[in-house]
Ligand binder design. Structure first.
Ligand code: PGA
Length: 255
């Protein structure tokens, strides 16, 4: 996909319950593809079926995770080249729900490297669990970005995206999850761009698409589109509601 086109990713997580339900939802989302391109990240088991029915639509398929290893005795893992071979184009890396289950920066870095090596476009998720008044969350996000990109050559930057997903904003994270304000998202997106600039220089840093994720809904997408400066969105809960997701896609492309 063209880097200037917004990158909207529907992260279905471990939903819906069955492949049959997934196919119904996918068919409904496909109609939204007429409004603009986006990526669907279904559970791994559904990927092959969806690739068969995706046809010549505007929709690309992502995996929600990838192995940190190339091949061999890694029970349960799926490698980047297997995904690529199946025609998957994108992969979510380092989602907070995986970090919460033990995935650390080293693993995230290896997964980023595997994805890029195989020609997938990894979407690196970063974000703080909570905001403190001293602003320590900035250094946490900086360190997540720096660690994940250690060893990543600047020639590969056009092939990666970063998603700022504050954990407190993710709909399922806590009962009181709330979306970041467009201003909060904007500030962090500028900060991430600065971290990338420090690492690679401005020209290269501008090649990385920076997205926002965390309780993106039909209610806040217009404000986010106007004020966050995000070049795309990682949408969880709302991507399971076809009508709402269609509104999100339409709003982003209409802006
Ligand atoms: P949410 O999830 O939109 O339900 O908050 C976003 C994500 O976790 O990627």
């Amino acid at each position: 996909m063209d880097r200037k086109i917004p990158l909207i990713v529907a992260n279905w997580k471990m939903n819906p319950r069955t492949l049959a339900e997934g196919k119904v939802l996918f068919a409904e989302l496909k109609k939204a593809g007429k409004r603009g391109a986006f990526v669907v990240a279904p559970p791994t088991l559904f990927i092959a079926d969806f690739l068969r029915i995706v046809g010549k639509s505007n929709i690309a398929i992502a995996a929600q995770d990838v192995s940190s290893e190339t091949l061999g005795a890694f029970t349960g893992d799926v490698s980047a080249s297997m995904l690529k071979g199946a025609c998957v184009s994108h992969v979510i890396v380092g989602h907070s729900e995986r970090r919460a289950r033990g995935e650390d920066d080293t693993l995230v870095r290896k997964k980023m490297a595997q994805a890029v090596k195989a020609g997938l476009l990894p979407i690196l998720c970063v974000g703080e669990t909570e905001r403190d008044v001293q602003g320590k969350y900035f250094s946490l996000v900086e360190s997540q970005v720096r660690e994940a990109l250690k060893g990543m050559p600047s020639s590969k930057l056009a092939q990666i995206a970063v998603a700022y997903e504050p954990v407190w904003a993710i709909s399922t994270a806590t009962e009181n999850a709330r979306p970041a304000t467009p201003e909060d998202a904007h500030e962090m997106i500028i900060f991430i761009r600065k971290v990338l600039t420090d690492l690679y220089g401005r020209t290269q840093a501008m090649k990385v698409r920076i997205l926002y994720g965390g309780s993106v809904t039909e209610k806040n997408i217009a404000a986010l589109t106007q004020g966050s400066g995000a070049q795309g969105y990682l949408v969880g809960g709302a991507s399971l509601r076809a009508r709402e997701f269609t509104t999100i896609v339409t709003t982003v492309y209409g802006a």
